[in-house]
Design a protein around this ligand. Structure first.
Ligand SMILES: [Zn+2]
Length: 183
């Protein structure tokens, strides 16, 4: 099933970030083991950014379940990477639209985790929603993927840019189309 693949990948990626955060904290001054190559000045901002990203991701998943499946009794797992399975378990009996938004949310978070971990090439795996080519690249300054096709322009003549939310929505819609065709 498509959503299971996505949630597994998202969970693995979030787990990597958690490990990364824990490792950084352990190796920074005051965190126990000291590393001569990493100073608190260098690691602290990354630490905070990664940690707040992890918290924000978990919070967003929890809020989604709270809104879409109010009355969920199962407590949020302590391990951040467990939130995706938790989310899927607790929206399993909801309607297709809820599941589609859920899968899109999880896939978008997977992309966000990848990009935060420095794997910006992940956007190249997606076709441009505007022209269908595979020339997307990540532009951190705008927080979006930009299309390299010179003929793919906005009405104002600018390069087409796509948010991760947009790419995620396209990806989930494509998967649905493919699985409908397969059945
Ligand atoms: Zn394009």
């Amino acid at each position: 099933m498509g959503h299971t693949d996505t949630s597994t990948k998202a969970a693995a990626q979030l787990a990597l970030l958690v490990d990364y955060f824990v490792e950084l904290r352990a190796s920074s001054p005051g965190g126990g083991r000291r590393s001569p190559t990493r100073s608190i000045e260098n690691t602290a901002p990354l630490n905070v950014a990664t940690l707040s990203h992890i918290h924000a991701s978990v919070r967003e998943i929890k809020e989604y379940v709270d809104i879409e499946s109010p009355g969920t009794m199962e407590p949020l797992p302590k391990d951040p990477a467990g939130v995706y399975d938790w989310c899927i378990r607790n929206t399993e009996h909801d309607d297709e639209a809820v599941k589609r938004r859920r899968d899109t949310l999880i896939y978008r978070q997977y992309l966000e985790h990848k990009i935060l971990a420095g794997d910006v090439k992940i956007v190249r795996r997606h076709r441009c929603p505007g022209c269908g080519t595979v020339g997307l690249h990540w532009r951190a300054s705008v927080g979006s993927a930009v299309c390299r096709n010179r003929n793919c322009r906005t009405p104002d003549g600018l390069a087409s840019t796509w948010t991760l939310a947009h790419l995620a929505a396209e990806n989930i819609a494509d998967k649905e189309k493919r699985s409908r065709r397969a059945t």
